[in-house]
Design a protein around this ligand. Structure first.
Ligand SMILES: [Zn+2]
Length: 107
């Protein structure tokens, strides 16, 4: 299996897991989503400075992703990356990466 296939497999696995964790409901509007018609939205976006600040592993971590409808719902899932909420969210993910488990419960 090539690296590209492995990455693609991981993305499919993350998609499936988030979809079932959210009971097939959109993270933003809570209405049902079809399995072949939803998106993974980044809470903190994959901007260059965000990747530099928190690291790609944190920005691309499943906990920074939510399953949403495309368009409006996807856009609403994004945190202001300069907000304190984004900082707390990303530090929590970084801690989980470092210690291998979740120690912060998010509201
Ligand atoms: Zn929605």
């Amino acid at each position: 299996m090539s690296r590209r296939e492995r990455v693609s497999d991981q993305i499919q696995e993350t998609r499936g897991k988030l979809y079932s964790d959210q009971n097939a409901l959109c993270w933003w509007c809570h209405l049902p989503m079809a399995f072949n018609d939803f998106e993974l939205a980044h809470r903190v976006p994959q901007r260059r400075w965000c990747l530099d600040r928190w690291g790609a592993a944190a920005v691309q971590h499943p906990r920074n992703l939510v399953a949403t409808h495309s368009g409006y719902c996807n856009a609403r899932a994004q945190l202001d990356p300069e907000s304190a909420e984004a900082e707390v969210h990303m530090q929590s993910i970084r801690k989980e990466i470092r210690f291998g488990k979740t120690t912060v419960v998010e509201g």
